[in-house]
Write a protein that binds this ligand. Structure first.
Ligand code: XLS
Ligand code: NI
Ligand code: NI
Length: 439
């Protein structure tokens, strides 16, 4: 811990139960409580993101940053970056969050050359290592920032300039190395500028081939250094580009299949990216799960009235219930977790707002978990769906599913039968009301 605490007003947050009025306590997140055979801590695997929580100045296109961060002198010195790392661990430790995630350039300042940037990074990784050891907090995943610097103006691995591809490769190589060194459980690829703003100047096929080649090199390098963490791709349809190649879960899965990379990657689904793509988060989760490829979740929420990635802290209980129904349904996370890729509003600029925001997100997910477990224990929802498909369990349905039937046998069957058995109601409102009984 730093000599002077960065968060002097923040105590260690503990569980006080649903009736507590203490804003600095959990009302639902009780880390040791066992649900469906696992502790809440192990179900939820919360993670703090370094970029928003410790690097976001809270600016917007019309105004400068408002964030007050007394431990940060605003300089891009390595000393400041090291002090910030200690502040981050003090915060995470007081909240009781078991994981964190970073981009390389959030941690340490970019130098004049790649060599200098790498040196800066090493100086901060030294602090992270110490702090991980001291607190037991672990790295959920690392990633490389391939979108802020002007060299990435046309993309990173999909840039028209081959030198930029080379630079990005060198940067990812180093980011993978430090992730490995810090015992990271995963490594994420989010293609912030891997897309286009105009097709008039874009060779789409060539760019996709380059992206495939880049990821293949990452897979090869992972083997070389013995990094066993999970690789993730994070879908997002747009912003900053007009079109991002990893636009949604289905597009990512198709891309991975086409380039024969599906065995090496899972998806990191972000709620706000789902809604930007015109999907619900549960749609994206189910699409990933159906392919056996849901890895991790960037837990946030958007504002449906705004067309951009607002990255708000998740405070919608219905939504966290839907998410946790899917997470429980797939048997829980293995390497992944709930990573708060969320930022406080520009108006919430005090350090303590970071604590209130995380407490809100953690409690909302803890509640979602409890509600989802209760819905599963009740069983009505699941048995409704099972019964809805009962015609597939025997007779003609079973023959179709097993591959025994063909067009000829189905025609004979229907000619004899004459008409289908009546359909039954989908009962959507009835089901929505069942969910409401638990929320
Ligand atoms: C941005 C993305 C980004 C990734 C990590 O919209 O969510 O923060 O999670 O590069
Ligand atoms: Ni994200
Ligand atoms: Ni986002």
């Amino acid at each position: 811990m730093p000599e002077q605490p960065a968060f002097p007003e923040l105590p260690e947050i503990s569980y006080e139960g649903p009736d507590s009025k203490n804003p600095l306590a959990f009302r639902h997140y009780s880390p040791g409580e066992v649900i469906e055979g696992r502790t809440m801590r192990d179900h939820l695997r919360f993670s703090v993101v370094y970029w928003h929580t410790f690097r976001n100045p809270l600016g917007d296109p019309f105004g400068v940053g408002t964030a007050a961060r007394p431990w940060d002198d605003g300089s891009s010195s390595v000393e400041n970056a090291r002090r910030r790392a200690r502040a981050a661990f003090e915060f995470m430790e007081k909240l009781g969050v078991p994981f964190y995630a970073f981009h390389d350039r959030d941690l340490a300042p970019e130098g004049a050359t790649l060599r200098e940037s790498n040196r800066n990074l090493d100086a901060v990784v030294e602090v992270l290592k110490e702090e991980q050891q001291r607190t037991g907090i672990r790295l959920l995943w690392g990633t490389a920032c391939l979108f802020v610097h002007p060299r990435f103006v046309h993309g990173a691995s999909t840039s028209c300039n081959a030198d930029v591809f080379a630079y990005a490769a060198a940067q990812v190589k180093k980011a993978m190395e430090i992730t490995h060194e810090l015992g990271g459980e995963g490594y994420t690829f989010w293609g912030g500028r891997e897309g286009y703003t105009s097709l008039l100047n874009t060779d789409l096929k060539r760019e996709l081939d380059h992206l495939g080649r880049f990821l293949r090199m990452a897979v090869d390098y992972r083997r070389r250094i013995g990094f066993e963490g999970q690789f993730y791709i994070e879908p997002k349809p747009k912003e900053p580009t007009k079109h991002q190649y990893d636009s949604d879960a289905a597009a990512c899965l198709n891309f991975l299949r086409e380039y024969d990379l599906l065995d090496h990657f899972k998806l990191n689904i972000e709620t706000n990216h789902a809604t930007l793509a015109g999907h619900t988060v549960e749609h994206e989760l189910e699409t990933a799960i159906a392919a056996g490829a849901l890895g991790s979740i960037d837990a946030n929420m958007g504002d449906l009235l705004l067309g951009w990635d607002t990255d708000q802290f998740p405070t919608d209980i219905y939504q966290t219930t839907q998410v946790m129904l899917r997470v429980l349904g797939m048997g829980g996370f293995t390497s992944g977790g709930l990573n708060f890729d969320a930022k406080v509003r520009r108006e919430s600029f005090e350090p303590m707002d970071l604590a209130y925001a995380h407490i809100a997100g953690m409690d909302t997910f803890a509640r979602g978990l409890k509600i989802a477990a209760a819905i599963r224990a009740d069983g009505r929802l699941k048995s409704f769906v099972r019964e809805r498909y009962a015609s597939w369990d025997s007779g003609i349905g079973a023959q179709i599913e097993s591959g025994e039937a063909d067009f000829g046998s189905l025609e004979r069957y229907m000619l004899e039968k004459g008409e289908v058995d009546p359909n039954s109601s989908g009962r959507q409102e009835f089901l929505e009301n069942i969910i409401n009984q638990f929320v």
